[in-house]
Design a protein around this ligand. Structure first.
Ligand SMILES: Nc1ncnc2c1ncn2[C@@H]1O[C@H](COP(=O)(O)OP(=O)(O)OP(=O)(O)O)[C@@H](O)[C@H]1O
Length: 261
């Protein structure tokens, strides 16, 4: 049976935001956000400070649930499930939609335990299986060779760049579908940054990645699609190549050419 273009598009969309409005009490942080993010792609969220990038990212796995007077209107779905449905299992959502923050936040425990932590929480107790997943995740995060001889040493002894790859391994261990990254390389040196960027490009074979970045070069290097945010709105959303070589809106052009922000 032939598959229509609409059906193909529907199957490749993993996160859909439609007319999304987000408020912190009286303040509207996001206005009418309509955007589809596709499976196995990297989407970059760019824009000046305070324009709502992190708010949007955190809305995707309900990280703002505990913020008082935080409110969401409109539609937001992950794999066609309403993210803000009262029946949504938030623990399961966060397992599927994992998150990496700006500052590496390893737990004060061994490298091994950092990666095995989520497995234990999700009931995987067998040592053999843990060993296997810890190694696989560290390999996927391009960290295994650097840590294989010190797995039971404290993660706090790793460099910032290694810690960030460890945090990525911790997320990978629980086999997410989508990885949200909030400026994952902003606290890192250029070599560590380039390792993280390489990793992002490799990980998209298996995962969908949404990344907030202040670095336009980084967005251009790693992402397939880019959304340009300004004052809580998406001004332009397109293939990264088009955004950077042929922006359709003047505000986008001004921003990417460094005229503001
Ligand atoms: N917990 C909160 N309570 C109230 N207002 C908030 C809260 N978090 C963010 N805001 C406001 O929402 C707006 C968007 O903030 P957000 O952090 O999403 O922007 P951003 O684009 O990620 O900024 P940056 O690039 O500086 O991290 C800002 O005006 C900010 O002050």
């Amino acid at each position: 049976m032939a598959i229509s273009i609409e059906q193909l598009e529907a199957t490749s969309t993993i996160i859909r935001s439609h007319s999304l409005n987000v408020y912190y009490d009286q303040f509207q942080a996001l206005k009418d956000i309509t955007i589809d993010m596709k499976k196995n792609t990297v989407t970059a969220l760019i824009g000046p400070s305070g324009c709502g990038k992190s708010t949007f990212l955190r809305t995707l796995n309900r990280m703002n649930d505990l913020v008082p007077k935080f409110r969401v209107e409109g539609q937001l779905s992950y794999n066609n499930q309403d993210i803000y449905s009262p029946t949504m299992d938030v623990v399961e959502l966060r397992k599927q939609v994992g998150m990496v923050f700006q500052r590496p936040n390893p737990f004060p425990m061994s490298i091994y335990d950092n990666v095995a932590y989520g497995l234990r929480i999700h009931g995987i107790k067998k040592k053999g299986i843990q060993d296997e997943i810890v190694e696989k995740s560290l390999r996927q995060a391009a960290l295994w060779d650097e840590v294989k001889d010190r797995l039971h040493k404290s993660a706090m002894g790793l460099s910032g760049g290694q810690q960030q790859r460890l945090v990525i391994a911790r997320v990978l261990a629980i086999q997410p579908d989508v990885i949200l990254m909030d400026e994952p390389a902003s606290a890192l040196d250029p070599i560590s940054t380039s390792k993280i960027e390489q990793l992002i490009i490799e990980l998209k074979q298996q995962y969908t990645i949404i990344i907030v970045t202040h670095s336009m070069q980084q967005a251009a290097r790693v992402s397939d699609d880019t959304a340009f945010f300004l004052n809580g709105e998406i001004i332009e959303f397109d293939q990264t190549h088009s955004i950077f070589t042929n922006p359709k809106k003047k505000e986008t052009e001004d921003y990417i050419s460094g005229r503001f922000g």
